[in-house]
Ligand binder design. Sequence first.
Ligand code: NI
Length: 654
Amino acid sequence: MIISEGNRTATETRQSPFHPLDPLTAEEIVEATRILTSERALGTRVRFETIVLKEPDKADVLGYKAGSPFDRRAFVVVLDNDDKVTYEAIVSLDQGRVIDWKRLQGVQPRIMLDEFLECEAVVKADPDFRAALRKRGITDPDLVMVEPWSAGNFGYAEEEGRRLVLTRNFLRAGPNDNGYARPIEGLGVFVDLNAMEVMRIDDYGVVPLAPNDGNYASEFVGEFRQDLKPLEITQPQGPSFTVDGYGVTWQKWHLRVGFTPREGLVIHTVGYEDQGRIRPILYRAALSDMVVPYGEPGKDHYRKNAFDAGEYGIGSLTNSLTLGCDCLGEIYYFDANLNDGKGGAVTIPNAVCMHEEDYGILWKHTDWRNGNVEVRRSRRLVISSIATVGNYEYGFFWYFYQDGTIQHEVKLTGIINTAGIEEGETPKYGTLVAPGLNAHIHQHFFSFRLDMSVDGESNTVYEVNTLAEPPGPDNPHGNAFYAEATPLKTEIEAQRVVDPLSGRYWVVTNPSAKNALGSPVGYKLMPGENILPFAQPNSSIIKRAGFMAKHLWVTPYAPDETAATGAYPNQHRGGAGLPEYTRNDRNVEDTDVVVWYTLGYHHVPRPEDWPISPVAYCGFSLKPVGFFDTNPVLDVPPSVHSNAASHGCHCNHG
Ligand code: NI
């Protein structure tokens, strides 16, 4: 395991992990490949899509006692480009053998980084592609950026069973130029990734290249504003958290950090210490998939739908973060150990950033009669990672607050996806963000899988709506309103959408754990800004990303039901994932429940999003509701200001 601290990276000598949920080490990844390739006759054109920890059974994890032995298993997905078959394996690292081996036909694993690079080279070398470039006055193919997108699934016979991408192409003026400023409009190349050859080029006709540069790098910005003074975050006694391997404790919180190539950052076994006891809240939380449907129907733009986790492996596209830039203050970094296409190990140093932030006031009251003031400052623990998926950046930020609140915020930035447009035309399905540059309207939908365990595994989810009492004897003055909780007993009952006008939220309760007031303890899921998709119900994208149609889904825990879009969404015809999981309308009352929250972010591009978008934010939070008997943060001490050590800023009068 490699752990880095501050901006320094230290390689630990310890070869073995020390908790069942620790991600595979680089050595374990290489060992899994060695065992698999020695036991199975794999072809020469095999690619390793995934080598990841096969998480142990939940019961084994929950029953685990520090220091006891545990099994290490790797889950491996390989694609054979020659026979077009996908294999799933479970490799026991302890026993040194393959303990499960499945042959899957008709699925397409994620598109791997090696495939992107090979595909770009194949397209650039293609004589017909070069001829299409020359038609547009482009003579140097080395300045062209070829971006392969999954071709999706639109039921075309000639695409059936082929591993296909459709490239979107852009022209740079030089190696450091922002290529997205000059989309090569109307030219699409279909590449079969198994054969690694061009299948077809669609040329919809020449549209002139956008005239202006779109450069934002510091070397291109003439003059910087001059009035920004340094802002330093210092913690002279160090941070308040402690880290043990992948385990973290901070301000009564206990949790573990994990990482996978598909989901990126994973948070495991979250609990809060209350009266000497660690009370569980969440067993596992992660992004399960996401999709970005675009709204332009013309040419081949209707195919623009990016499943950034399921099709591209957002975890494997994670950035290595930089102190003082991505993260400010006393930072602890976790590295991510992932696999490459050949089954080797790749380490992303500083993939996950953890630090504390001041978050304004936690609570305050001034007793105006006697002048007494009590105020406490709030702090939050931030655990985050950022991935670059082609043009876009996504930051995934988990926040833990002292009062028991958990928040997730997605930060969207990077470069909007651009298309060319004839001069003088006004786009209907997009925004003109620069001359000749059309940014299509789109949405970003994220599905977060939250395996809840509020004071234990047996939970029930309620929907709470606030209702106005109708006028009548119970409401003679017309002022009455009340909150009403309704249990969501089955999977279909539990498919819900937001309703801000009824103050709607959902509470995960534990019917057999009561607070001091006699009510079941609970945690509520508070939606934030959200939206539904605009695509038609029978469209390819709604079939393939059915999770978008509901903001809340609840399923009974099943270890293999981990992805809102199913295990292999790339080119899938649809119906997999949540719609399939919930088809039998299973019971979700007083059982081990998994809550899935769909977060939709609506993006009508603005000129201000060009050439790079300032961060946009969206998210949700989980808040204790009767989980504690009373305000859990009375014991947060008053702050002591370092500049006035003798005089705390708890501001007691006198
Ligand atoms: Ni966007």
